[in-house]
Design a protein around this ligand. Structure first.
Ligand SMILES: NC(=O)c1ccc[n+]([C@@H]2O[C@H](COP(=O)([O-])OP(=O)(O)OC[C@H]3O[C@@H](n4cnc5c(N)ncnc54)[C@H](O)[C@@H]3O)[C@@H](O)[C@H]2O)c1
Ligand SMILES: O=P(O)(O)OC[C@H](O)CO
Length: 310
């Protein structure tokens, strides 16, 4: 099956590099201003098996690796050309404008496509270097999921399979919000114990939100939920964690860096308020990211919450 990656950022480029171990891969970007090495993925030389193009490619499997907040614009430009394919969303977020997940946006814009999600703990730099990585491939159609799992696994990129698209996708989106909170805790000097509390209580609210949206709670304990939360909330390789660090330290952060958790926190807080889902950490991160709250005030609000059963 032919494979193309749409979106030539760090993750799309890393996936193209990794999958070129199995056969030729086309990497599509809207404006490619580099050759051989993508500045978003420094130090990685594209292998010969990856061909880069600005013309939307024709392939059996299209991995869509644009950020969640860019998915709407991307689909308005390209949806008709994507229908009737296997579309694998690689974005981890919730669209702020519509409150929809990337897979849902793909399915609505391309009603005849088979839609799947690729998610889980994986830094682009690790994948591109060929380091061992385990991910989740989620597809509601179990047979199609099985085919995609095999088509996209390599000896070092191991894909586990699930039919719980909602659980896998929300785990990946929500962990970014909690990773920002973990970064804030460390940046503000609250310590490792506070970070552990935020990760644990954050995981509880990730699960609460996902279950309210129809997810199987067990999915949240897998690679796409807990696995990715552990990675993102504990590593300075993570852009979400680094953004949180800068908030905690009251330092500026490069606005050109993709930080999915900032907009997703605001999307989640709006949905949670509307639907009565208790999401204290995400709601505070939405306030911080939106500039409505300061770190001191956010910490005070969190510590002032009523004592309750775990
Ligand atoms: N970088 C990682 O380690 C990593 C790992 C796993 C998942 N992801 C997820 O992958 C997604 C993409 O992240 P990234 O790291 O590649 O971001 P990035 O900032 O490195 O690149 C984003 C790319 O998307 C392109 N883009 C933006 N809007 C577009 C549009 N309308 N049409 C076409 N292209 C458009 C940009 O030009 C850029 O090349 C995010 O949802 C992220 O959470 C990233
Ligand atoms: O750099 P981040 O914070 O966007 O995280 C990248 C991946 O999602 C980690 O699994």
């Amino acid at each position: 099956m032919s494979v193309a990656v749409l979106g030539a950022g760090a993750f799309g480029t890393a996936l193209a590099v990794a999958l070129s171990a199995k056969g030729p891969v086309t990497l599509w970007g809207r404006r490619i201003e580099w050759q051989g090495q993508n500045p978003l993925l420094p130090g990685v030389v594209l292998p010969g098996g990856v061909s880069v193009t600005e013309n939307l490619p024709d392939a059996d499997i299209l991995l869509v690796a644009v950020p969640a907040q860019a998915m709407g614009g991307f689909l308005s430009d390209h949806a008709p050309a994507l229908d009737q394919r296997a579309l694998v969303s690689c974005a981890k977020g919730i669209d702020l404008a519509t409150g929809r997940s990337p897979a849902r946006m793909l399915a609505e814009a391309c009603p005849n496509a088979t839609v799947a999600v690729l998610t889980g703990p994986s830094f682009a730099a690790d994948i591109a270097r060929g380091l061992p990585t385990a991910l989740t491939l989620a597809c509601a159609d179990a047979e199609a999921g099985h085919r995609l799992q095999h088509a996209l696994s390599t000896p070092v990129l191991r894909l586990y399979r699930t039919t719980d698209v909602t659980g896998a996708e929300l785990g990946g989106a929500l962990k970014n919000v909690i990773a920002i909170a973990a970064g804030v805790a460390i940046g503000a000097g609250l310590g490792d114990s506070a970070r552990a509390a935020i990760i644990t209580r954050g995981f509880a609210e990730m699960t609460r939100f996902a279950v309210a949206k129809g997810a199987d709670p067990e999915t949240l304990t897998g690679l796409s939920g807990l696995g990715d939360l552990i990675l993102t909330a504990t590593s300075e390789q993570s852009r979400n964690f680094r953004y949180g660090l800068s908030l905690g330290r009251a330092e500026a952060f490069d606005p050109h860096v993709t930080v999915e958790g900032a907009a997703t926190a605001r999307a989640v807080a709006a949905i949670a308020a509307r639907e009565g889902i208790e999401m204290p950490v995400s709601t505070l991160i939405a306030g911080l990211a939106g500039g409505r709250l300061g770190v001191k005030q956010a910490v005070e609000l969190l510590l002032a919450r009523p004592l309750k059963e775990e």
